[in-house]
Ligand binder design. Sequence first.
Ligand SMILES: [Zn+2]
Length: 405
Amino acid sequence: MIDHRRLGRELELCVSDPLAGAGLPIWLPAGAAARHAVEEYVRELERRAGYRHVYSPPLGRRELFELSGHLGHFADDMFPPMRLSADDEFVLRPALCPHHALVFRARGRSYRELPLRVAEIGGMYRAERSGVLGGLSRVRAISLNDAHNFCALEQVGDEVREILRLIREAHAALGIRPAGFRLSLRGPGERYVGDDAQWARAEELLRDALDGADHVEGPGEAAFYGPKIDIQVVDPAGRESTISTIQLDFDKPERFDLSYTDADGRRKRPVMVHRSLVGSMERLFAYLIEEHAGAFPAWYAPVQLVLLPVDDGQADAAFELARRAEAAGLRVEVERAGSLGARIRDAARRRVPYAGVVGPREAAAGAVSLRLRDGRALDPRPAADALALIARVVATRSPTLLPES
Ligand SMILES: [Zn+2]
């Protein structure tokens, strides 16, 4: 069985150091390169779907989290407040919603601006007990792909449908295996905020947005502030977990007194939709490392091309090709130490999708022979063609190493 912790160390993606603290992983250059590519992709996907990205700090005054209800409901999961002076206490945030509510509240809002989609890949913290921490799957410092979509109740159905579309697109690009949907609903005898009619409508909108997709319903599993959809994924060991979620919230708009001016001039309360397309970067990569056994699709592989001059006579040609690959936006390295066979094996061990062999004939002809990490060898081809091939696979975020014709 593949363990992302062992593989993460072997591939030098990330480490945990007891000196820094458990559950506080450090992303090494290779892991950071892969994560950066994924973050860029997610932001681009969101930008094209009308999201507005913001930055907000991972800590805030105690009063902010009293207002949001986090200190009332989740204090046990939060780090204790830090006292700066007698009347100034700060807490590490357990969620981004309070800051995003303040983005909505930064000025008066009109119905014309809705849905207003506020997005951020932001830091948050959970005071997990050390016994439950494990690699990237359970951590204390979390970088969440988060957004809060403020909309009118009648917009919720279309908004959720569009979020589901984005989730499916992101899953396909990253190579995530979806395992179905869980719809969490109200149960009997619990206390919920919002009125009955609002809940019934919200549950109906979520069910409709699933458009008949297979799903499991969990009565009584909803948070007190609204129903939600969890998008389940399955890992190579057959375990199900949640990476992507869509959560409706009637409570925070109330707590933060959020409102917009409707077409008839009246103040109305928006609904807040918390959603994450790919979850936290930590849990996402715990999953991706295991799902792909470290062999990420080329577009987010830490190093995409390693160039191997057969001997020193081709070193200049290899470095020149590396410069061109870099200029084409690829992550490339030149590897000169050791026998050619050992270097090819090492590139495959590191899951580098493409190794480019430059021998005397290739160097003389301005060519390169590509070896794929799955062992396939391509005929020598002009360097420009080889770079175009790789660039096309990367640009189309193909799951395979050769362009799909
Ligand atoms: Zn939220």
